[in-house]
Ligand binder design. Structure first.
Ligand code: SF4
Length: 297
């Protein structure tokens, strides 16, 4: 289902943010409750209104910027939840605003299931996380926000995302260990993903650039750790770069228009269930890393 931009500004400055600099310059009034309702009603009438993932199955993604900074955020969550009753909603947030316990409680009350809150953790320490988030103190607030939500009786399902790039992929094992300790005893999902080279990700390419074969190798090295999560998913990884035991975690995590299947994929047995390559990735690096899976082992 479509990505719904709930707000266009952010209080983090993540190096790999997929948004362009121009997005934050849009008029804030475009994201108020009335405009949100106008766009959703238009979409529900079949008249378009959203640009990204508009024809993709799955959850409705409430994105930003940082959605929680929208002055109408709680009203918007109430509206989307009511208007899309029973539909899976996923809110992408840095989690920092939930460091206010009253705000966290109001959000949890509005975010009735099926609802997932996806929060990214960039490393196992404040220094590692804040270096990627671009704001000192971001890690502390994100953790406090998670703690406040986890203390509530009725909180949405929490998904912790680890977005891998050159600055943090070598620490994946330590980051997964940190997440396990942080979330011990809770029901949650962990998602490990290769970053998308869009927006700031392109601007910061020199700092972030790393090949899929390198991040997949690190994911493979964390096989045992990943098996210890109640639910784990891998986004944007071609299945042929993953160990057989991890391929069941790999999700077709991009809409058709963002995926590429080079000629090598046509003879691969997993072609129909694989995300293939991200189009910008294929343009930059080609397909030499892929190892098509034989029809029979
Ligand atoms: S060869 Fe292509 S279809 Fe097969 S696993 Fe690799 S990326 Fe996926």
């Amino acid at each position: 289902m479509p990505d719904i931009p709930v707000w266009n500004k952010c209080n983090n400055k993540c190096l790999m943010c997929a948004n362009t600099a121009g997005f934050s310059l849009n008029t804030p009034g475009d994201y108020g409750l009335l405009k949100q309702a106008y766009r959703l009603e238009k979409y529900l009438r079949g008249a378009g209104a959203y640009r990204k993932n508009a024809r993709t199955a799955g959850a409705w993604n409430l994105t930003g910027g940082e959605p929680t900074l929208n002055p109408d955020f709680l009203k918007a969550i109430n509206y989307f939840r009511r208007r899309l009753e029973g539909e899976e909603l996923t809110l992408l947030s840095n989690g920092r605003r939930f460091s206010d316990p009253d705000f966290a409680a109001a959000f949890a009350a509005a975010a009735r299931p099926p609802f997932t809150l996806a929060v990214s953790i960039h490393g196992p320490t404040a220094a590692a996380h804040d270096a990627v988030a671009g704001v000192k103190g971001a890690f502390k607030e994100t953790l406090l926000g998670l703690k406040n939500l986890l203390a509530l009786q009725a909180a949405p399902l929490i998904e912790i995302r680890v977005i891998l790039h050159r600055l943090n992929y070598r620490r994946l094992g330590a980051t997964l260990g940190f997440i396990k300790r942080l979330m011990r005893g809770r029901r949650y999902r962990v998602v490990v993903m290769h970053y998308e080279a869009e927006g700031s990700g392109v601007k910061n390419r020199k700092k972030l650039e790393v090949r899929l074969s390198a991040t997949a190798k690190r994911v493979n090295a964390c096989k045992s750790s990943l098996a210890g999560f109640g639910e784990a998913r891998l986004y944007h990884f071609p299945r042929c770069l993953l160990l057989p035991a991890l391929r069941r975690l790999a999700i077709v995590s991009l809409p058709p228009e963002d995926r590429a299947y080079p000629p090598a994929c046509s003879g691969c047995r997993d072609r129909e269930v694989c995300v293939g390559l991200m189009k910008p990735y294929l343009r930059r690096y080609g397909a030499a890393e892929l190892k098509p899976l034989p029809l029979k082992d």
